[in-house]
Design a protein around this ligand. Sequence first.
Ligand code: UDP
Ligand code: MG
Length: 331
Amino acid sequence: MSLISIIIPAYNEEENIQLVYEQVKKEFAGIPYEFEMLFIDDASTDETLAKIKQLTAKTPKVKYISFSRNFGKEAAIYAGLRHVSGRAVIIMDADLQHPPSLIPQLIQGFEEGFDQVIARRNRNGEHFMRKWLSSTYYRLINKIVDVKLEDGVGDFRLLSDRAVKAVLSLNEGERFSKGLFSWIGMEQKIVDYDNVLRENGQTKWTISKLFNYGLDGLISFNNRPLRICFYSGAIILMLSLIYSAVTFIQILQNGIDVPGYFTIITAVLILGGIQLLSLGVIGEYIGRIYYETKKRPPYLIQETNIVNGADYEKNKSRIYPIRHHRRNQYL
Ligand code: UDP
Ligand code: MG
């Protein structure tokens, strides 16, 4: 029987750990697949880790990784992908907003040969401001970035082991998973579901976190903002050259009406153009350096019950299991 790995990032989800495990288990009772469940505890401050450990005591299907501090959901997903060994992987939230009842459909898509089976939600029951903001954001961003980002599509999806390898081969530090999943392409299938509201605990998104997430999406996938500087510099420079030439010809024909005007205005315009242009060039270089220097490990592991195995085969480079230390030593 093939193994399916379920990756669940969890940050302060004590009420949900047991629930999500039960529901996933129920779904697998009806299909001919084994499952393993990898919880990534993103340095929760409540009883999340304790709850996970209670599960691991009961069943070997449950594994966990606990981070040394809160590294965020993106890092948690990455850690998850690096440490699982299933034929396919399903990424889902701990808060049951990603209904486990969709698992059989996701797996069916995998059986049909798709490398990514993507769950897409509608936005029923969401605040209208957030709905509007999100849909505007997606409309705008798709005009600018190189990968296609779709509204209602998140991290809830199944990836085949091939797709997982592809995602892992993108080794940038600042990860914007949604963009990475889209970037790797491959055969994709979409499964729709109704939006579910969170039952226990609270969302970890604040308005400012959402904005930052939006900005990450824009920045991580292209250097167009830098290019804008370059092009606007070039255009201004060109226009000011034309303008100076025209004014100069007028002066030759009609003589000077305001003394000093021509010299000042040409100097300001041309210099301004050149400055913007060079800023753009510098920006390009900084952009490249920025892409190249992001070499920090995206997370540090405080504690885990995974014996090295899976990770070593997939990715020999980095693993930092820091064990037997007190958590706050790294804060
Ligand atoms: N999460 C995490 N680290 C964080 C914030 C969130 O691992 O710093 C997890 C969280 O436990 C949940 C998932 O990411 O399983 C989605 O978070 P949340 O429900 O707060 O986001 P929303 O569903 O509101 O978009
Ligand atoms: Mg949620």
